[in-house]
Design a protein around this ligand. Structure first.
Ligand SMILES: NC(=O)c1ccc[n+]([C@@H]2O[C@H](COP(=O)([O-])OP(=O)(O)OC[C@H]3O[C@@H](n4cnc5c(N)ncnc54)[C@H](OP(=O)(O)O)[C@@H]3O)[C@@H](O)[C@H]2O)c1
Length: 248
């Protein structure tokens, strides 16, 4: 497929490497221009382009930028044909994104994103830590392969989204409609806890909506205490242990 990725950070760079290695035609863009994208991101064949070029003629547009920056790319996404699949990896962290009143009042994060973009999205790859995402992908059928929830409102979006999650080395699990995707938000039992396909359904079912923000903030406070600031990401061993203790 022809894929354009906006955002080449912790998650976006691994998406670029894995999806181009899987044989897709991948373009990547950040906010500062193609010359600032590191060579190793492009090692499997992805091409560095401008943001405008990243959405041109693609079958799938993947957004992997901070949630509060999504309104900036909404005009670009608005140019896409209705059938283009738009996938989003974002999560809401008020400490990074500032307070977003609608989400604080209970709006599901993916529905807020869909509203900003004015179109349906696929919510995927939001529930795996960057370190696990880079290192823990395995071929289909591998024992204990990690499973990731994929939520979408349109059938074709769901099908394409699941296939691409599979191409990155993880079992794609149908998590239903976007309205239910709060079950995969920060603080939920399946959030960055590296569960298998056998474990994931019970974790989604066990999510308790009212407890998510507090659990998210507890985990973030522990990570800040360990790393000193929010610029680095914790390694998977530490963060998965922490998240399992707090979220499950
Ligand atoms: N890190 C994780 O473990 C993790 C796990 C799952 C989901 N997520 C979510 O996935 C999203 C990305 O996270 P991340 O950790 O990869 O972020 P990150 O490391 O901070 O990278 C963000 C990327 O977005 C780009 N960007 C920002 N505004 C942009 C714009 N207007 N147009 C184009 N590119 C833009 C940045 O480009 P510049 O460098 O040029 O500004 C950068 O390449 C976030 O919503 C995050 O919550 C993160």
């Amino acid at each position: 497929m022809k894929i354009g990725i906006l955002g080449v950070g912790h998650i976006g760079k691994t998406l670029a490497r894995k999806l181009s290695a899987a044989g897709h035609d991948v373009k990547v863009a950040n906010s500062r221009g193609p010359g600032t994208i590191e060579a190793d991101v492009l090692a499997s064949g992805a091409r560095a382009v401008t943001t405008a070029e990243a959405v041109e003629g693609v079958d799938v547009s993947i957004l992997s930028i901070p949630l509060n920056r999504l309104p900036e790319v909404a005009p670009l996404i608005a140019e896409l044909p209705a059938e283009t699949v738009v996938m989003d990896t974002s999560n809401y962290y008020p400490q990074r994104d500032g307070t977003i009143d609608a989400i604080e009042a209970g709006q599901v994060e993916s529905l807020w994103v869909a509203e900003q973009l004015g179109r349906p999205i696929v919510k995927a790859w939001n529930s795996i830590l960057a370190d696990s995402f880079a290192k823990k992908g395995t071929p289909p059928g591998s024992p204990d392969r990690i499973a990731l929830p994929v939520a979408a409102d349109r059938e074709r979006d769901r099908k394409v989204g699941k296939a691409l999650v599979g191409d990155t080395g993880f079992d794609a699990f149908d998590a239903g409609m976007l309205a239910e995707s709060w079950r995969q938000q920060p603080g939920a039992p399946c959030y960055c806890t590296d569960l298998t396909r056998t474990e994931l359904p019970a974790a989604l079912a066990a999510a308790e909506r009212a407890r998510l923000p507090k659990r998210r903030d507890l985990a973030l406070a522990a990570v800040f205490e360990r790393l000193g600031d929010g610029t680095r990401n914790p390694d998977a061993d530490y963060a998965v242990r922490l998240n399992r203790a707090l979220f499950m």
